[in-house]
Design a protein around this ligand. Structure first.
Ligand code: CTP
Length: 471
């Protein structure tokens, strides 16, 4: 079968073929590029395998391109990379490789093209296209990858125990591809993941998190998280999330399964937003339900304070997953902390003051918070869902009305610390903070309008209470 080469790639493929022929290296384009093209998915990364020195081939190809690209090479791994327009091309010599039982890094030896094919993770990733003169463009399918693409199956080319023991990260990759492509994992391959799950512990956290993030960035992440749970991998890599699973019943009262609820929330949200940090927030919004769970005989199951404890647990989880500990963590924390607030505002008689406080606390993330809260409505009862959704529409309208009348959105208080210090001729001090807070609270409660003159007047009154005189 011949691979249909796009016009913009013909030039580079032809140059690789010519240069590889001059060097006497058989060359192939392999892996994800071939898979994705056959599936009609976008791809800009191209992996070239040659039976020879990948760095030499990369340099020869670069010298023929216009403009000549810079070749970045990693001599330790024998790989080289160049960028031609927006295509990233990586060159590597064919190799055999295997991971030792206790090591994160592979042992690498040069090998034949067959060796290279044998070491690939899944049959759909072991498809190659020849860049050799005698069969240029022919698809080489050593393990039935074309059939598995049709049948939508993830399956290892060799005994899965060997493939997974060579690189345990592949267990996560199987689940990630299954989520991204909505393919099934073949029963033997899946059974082997369950058997080998504890080998995931030798893999670095960064590589694990990259896969988790790709699962989360997929259209329906629940596919992946369910597989992670069912194989036992989630319990090893993110036990806090796995702990949400399960239903407990006492005195005839049950709570919902918070793991499946969380996954429903994530899937709901993914229909509305591609923002990966908002997706992390959805994944973690109920993370503190297990440690806050209580049974109160009069009420039933409660999870008091799970939003605050959840926000407090996040720095440790982010650190463990090697996620950034910067404003992105703060953003996720804020959404987790406030995720119950809007639901309490869906009631008809909510005051402007409550709406104003939400606008003030959520700042520029209010729309994201409302999106998360809407996604959080999961119930089998469609009437109930619709009732809540209508309630959110009402909250949105009220937010709009209050923001417009108060100009409270992205709020800067009309009286700053500098004005207070200048008026009373005092240095930075506790008093400045007390007056600022009093003004903010009065505006948020609607006791004074969000205007300079009213705030100035209140500042004078609060100052007098503290024994301060206008300087
Ligand atoms: N590969 C592998 N085992 C791994 C990683 C990669 O066998 N642990 C092989 C697969 O043949 C894969 C190719 O190397 O297709 C390229 O790897 P990578 O770029 O990580 O993945 P892609 O398949 O290209 O997919 P994606 O870009 O979505 O990660």
């Amino acid at each position: 079968m011949i691979f249909s080469i796009a016009k913009e790639e013909r030039e580079i493929f032809t140059i690789i073929e010519e240069e590889a022929t001059k060097l006497g290296y058989p060359a192939f384009v392999v892996g994800g590029f071939v898979r994705d093209r056959l599936l009609g998915r976008q791809t800009k990364d191209m992996d070239i395998v040659c039976v020879g020195d990948g760095i030499k081939l990369a340099e020869a190809v670069a010298s023929r391109l216009n403009p000549i690209p810079r070749v970045v090479f990693y001599s330790r791994f024998g790989t080289a990379m160049l960028k031609h327009w927006d295509i990233e091309v990586e060159f590597v010599g064919a190799r055999k490789e295997s991971y030792r039982q206790d090591s994160r890094n592979p042992d690498v030896e040069f090998g034949s093209f067959e060796d290279d094919q044998n070491r690939r993770d899944f049959t759909i990733n072991a498809l190659a296209v020849s860049l050799n003169q005698y069969n240029f463009g022919e698809i080489i399918d050593s393990f039935g990858g074309l059939r598995h693409l049709e049948e939508k199956i993830i399956i290892t080319p060799l005994d899965p125990n060997r493939t997974f023991s060579d690189d345990p990260l592949r267990m996560l990759r199987a689940i990630r591809f299954s989520t991204q492509l909505q393919f099934d994992i073949a029963p033997k391959t899946l059974a082997s993941i369950k058997e080998n799950k504890s080998r995931i512990l030798i893999i670095s956290k960064e590589r694990i998190t990259t896969e988790l993030e790709k699962i989360l960035a997929s259209p329906k992440p629940s596919i992946g998280f369910n597989l992670l749970f069912d194989t036992g991998l989630l319990q090893l890599i993110l036990p806090e999330l796995a702990a949400l699973q399960g239903v407990e019943t006492k005195k005839g009262k049950s709570h919902k399964d918070n793991f499946y609820h969380t996954l429903e929330v994530v899937d709901n949200l993914c229909k509305k937003s591609d923002n990966i940090w908002l997706r992390w927030a959805a994944l973690f919004h109920d993370i503190a339900k297990p440690p806050t769970k209580r049974f109160e005989p009069e009420i039933g199951w409660t999870f008091h304070g799970h939003e605050a404890l959840g926000a407090a647990m996040l720095p440790r989880i982010f650190k463990k997953l090697k996620l950034p500990l910067d404003h992105k963590l703060k953003y996720v924390q804020k959404l987790v902390l406030y995720h119950l607030r809007p639901i309490s505002l869906t009631k008809e008689q909510v005051t402007d003051a409550a709406i104003r406080r939400l606008i003030f606390d959520a700042e520029e993330d209010l729309d994201d918070l409302l999106m998360l809260c809407e996604a959080d409505i999961t119930s089998k009862n469609l009437n109930k869902v619709n009732k809540y959704l209508e309630g959110y529409e009402l909250v949105r309208q009220k937010v709009k009305a209050v923001s417009e009348s108060d100009r409270i959105r992205l709020w800067q208080p009309p009286i700053t610390g500098e004005i207070i210090m200048d008026t009373f001729k005092i240095p930075p001090s506790k008093e400045v903070g007390i007056i600022k807070t009093a003004i903010r609270e009065a505006i948020l409660d609607g006791n004074i309008p969000n205007e300079h003159d009213a705030a100035f007047e209140l500042m004078l009154q609060e100052g007098a209470k503290l024994g301060l005189k206008r300087g």
